[in-house]
Design a protein around this ligand. Sequence first.
Ligand SMILES: Cc1cc2nc3c(=O)[nH]c(=O)nc-3n(C[C@H](O)[C@H](O)[C@H](O)COP(=O)(O)OP(=O)(O)OC[C@H]3O[C@@H](n4cnc5c(N)ncnc54)[C@H](O)[C@@H]3O)c2cc1C
Length: 403
Amino acid sequence: MTPVPQATRRHRVVVIGGGNGGLSVAGRLARRGVTDIAVVEPRSEHVYKPLLSHVAGGTARLHETTRPQGEVTPRGVTWIQDAASDIDPEHSTVTLTGGDVVGFDHLIVSAGVQHDWKDVPGLYAALTTPEVVSNYEPELAQKASVALRDLRRGTAVFVQPPEPASCAGAGQKPMYQACDYWRATGVLDNIRVILVLPTPTMFGIPEIDTELERVVSRYGIEVRYSTELAVVDGEARRVTLQSHGAREDVEYDVLCVEPSQSAPDWLKATPLSADSDPGGFVAVDAGTLRHPRWPNVWSLGDAADTTNSKSGGALREQSYVLAKNLAAVIAGRRPTARYDGYSVCPFTVSRSTVVFVEFDDRGALQPTIPFWRSMYRENRLSWIFDRRILPWLYWHAILPGRL
Ligand SMILES: Cc1cc2nc3c(=O)[nH]c(=O)nc-3n(C[C@H](O)[C@H](O)[C@H](O)COP(=O)(O)OP(=O)(O)OC[C@H]3O[C@@H](n4cnc5c(N)ncnc54)[C@H](O)[C@@H]3O)c2cc1C
């Protein structure tokens, strides 16, 4: 018989992951008067990920994306600097890699996704070469900004993987910004730009497809629809692309890859994973965000098996719903708030404009500002919101749980 781990400490609410979802839900709960909340987060630096696309595309600096974790942890919330390695929902404990076992009354899992760089043969090894970059990790985004800026001729290949992915379309953003820069500096005609997309259309909503197709043709980008990255040969600087069994070899001068993604391996191994979900994400009721089997377990953000497209925008609603429901349950009431599947993908399509897409889990446009129904069209105001206003709101209102 496996011994039951004994809790070495205990909190009313334990949150796994001090990223976008974990901190904002902890902040919202604290604002609702819930006490004794602890966030388990191993990293010392918190990263605002949407800005990494701007770093790669040359319109933000790396230092703008990070803040010390201690500074952004909401007031009144305890930060445990360690990583969870297992969850025992039967005995309401979390085991940490440092050896502690933390007991909880309620658990919120917001541990994000892992980047499966090794899914594509040759890709992980090729990351050490100067030509292979990404906007999905800080150091690779920094490398991307240099590689894209310095390219004067040749071939640049951009890859978006199949879902599940955190803000799947973000892989396209550095490409549009780089094309805008190459056009302004007069070298775009010397550069062959290829976008590898897993889907049969640019986005999957007709209005957005038309908008992005216009942008793609403006820059002369070749789109390979329904295509995936099959192999990377970093030494030969060559990729093999695969579409419905047909393979194509392409030599590159820059390869910018959004990695495949899934739930962190340790989380997949816990009983919380949805049986039906190959990505290993945490099973939840898509409306209440509560686990269907263990009512004191909740999940939100990229780690949750929800029906929406994963994004920080989705989290603004999810953290509100989860905090309201959990505070109600703690107060002895029923959880009545429901998340409606809202999500966001702001495509930066140049160094000064954005196609701001707000949509739901049925693929319908869902604009926040109802009288501005054409907000998704490429415009400058959305750029100012995405590049200037949102980062400020993130640090000052979203993470502390005010918004
Ligand atoms: C390049 C990029 C661009 C993006 N652009 C946009 C955008 O423009 N708009 C938008 O709305 N969204 C965007 N997103 C998506 C958005 O950033 C995510 O949806 C959001 O960060 C998810 O929040 P989360 O809390 O679920 O995960 P995260 O923010 O990833 O946080 C997870 C946290 O869990 C921690 N963790 C991991 N393992 C453990 C463990 N074992 N124990 C404890 N803690 C652990 C991690 O260290 C991390 O801090 C983008 C994402 C990326 C990568």
